[in-house]
Ligand binder design. Sequence first.
Ligand code: NAD
Length: 458
Amino acid sequence: MDSIKEAFKKQKDYFESLKPLELERRKLLLQRLKSVIEKHEREIIQALNLDLGKSQFEAVIAETQFILNEIDYALKKLKKWSKSVKVKSPWAQFPSKSYIQPMPLGNILIIGPWNYPFQLLISPLVGAIAAGNTAIIKPSEISSHTSKVVANLINQNFDPRELLVIEGAVEETTALLECPFNHIFYTGNSTVGRIVMRKAAENLTPVTLELGGKSPCLVYDVKNIEVVSDRIVWGKFFNAGQTCVAPDYVITSSHLKSALLKAFKSSIEKFFGVEASHSNDYGRIINQKHFERLESYLDEKDILLGGVRTKEERYFSPTVVQASEKSKIMEEEIFGPILPILIEDDFDNALKFIQKRDRPLAAYLFTDNENFSNRYNEEFISGGMCINDTIVHLTNDHLPFGGVGESGMGAYHGETSFRIFSHYKSVMKRGLWLDLPLRYPPYGEKVGFLRWILKYFG
Ligand code: NAD
């Protein structure tokens, strides 16, 4: 893996040759990234379709256009974000000025997963470039078509000393993790998240870990069941359920269950037809291994809707199952098109149930009841939260996106992406024309005088 060390060394040397605060270089890189994506958008969409059966619509809104918007936003805000911010100085250091200067971190490593294989690599990259860094990008080998397209797109259009894609699997990632990057941004499962953090610790490299988990969706005291159902079904079966913020399971009261189930059936049929396998808008499971994993969660007697599968085509229909706290499907993140429904009549008990579990990446609640929605916000800790909808909180550039506890650490999107790849350097600049002697020895009785001054002048 000498080539990986070599590639890292080149980026390191190159970064050291740069003027870290120059904005023009960052702008040119972002503009080039934008035009390269626009030029190759069809290839990207095609690769996403080959990997995940992703429809053109989902590929555009959740991958290519999502990134193009992020680039535009970063270009618009770059000057503002990179400005130093003046802050107050203590009187004892008069004369002085203090400010906070955002600096690039240096060399960044971005490791992506397979479910949004374009967005989840390039979105952090936009932040890394905007903040003035170099980056090595490691796509998931599992979404192999998109990996290849991203590698061509970046490696044929950028100087490898600035941006470089290294394709590969465990061996390549392990070699990359040996290098003393200045920040590692990892998206994927928490087992590998732990490996990344352990390896990073050896070089004292800070990490952002964008992990997953079981994001709950509570439905209580709500009237407009059709809209509730459309929004849950859309969020759950987008990308065939392979979304880190998909509602993992629903908890509702027994008196809403049958109306909700009826509505789920009609939303599924409205979106994908009676047979979703014929719909161009319904995705496929990434590979056989994940297909088998999903099948292992199913107990035929619990299937309420769907459950139709064709293994060779990696087709797994939108499926709703009944479940309880003890069901196998409640043990780990589903990450596929199976929606368990749990019944609990009391909202308080439902809240207690989710509070006992790992902190999820997202939390959803559908309700007309202000008291319930306030309590959900005030009493439940999760990466993000969306009341009366699913997933769409991610589309707001002003909201940081990230997990907490088992669902990750650190956040990005919009200005937060710039911040995560920046070091906020504290600077104090003093004048030499006046030098108050208070701090110099011999100290004598100065401590009493100092306390008096601090008391009255702060
Ligand atoms: P994956 O299997 O593609 O793995 C992610 C990355 O880790 C890949 O680049 C892979 O090459 C690398 N990798 C795998 N094994 C490794 C090892 N032993 N050592 C070093 N690197 C290794 O993707 P995944 O983990 O299956 O992705 C799904 C998970 O990611 C789910 O839990 C999902 O919730 C989570 N996820 C989180 C977000 C988020 O934004 N928080 C987004 C998407 C997915």
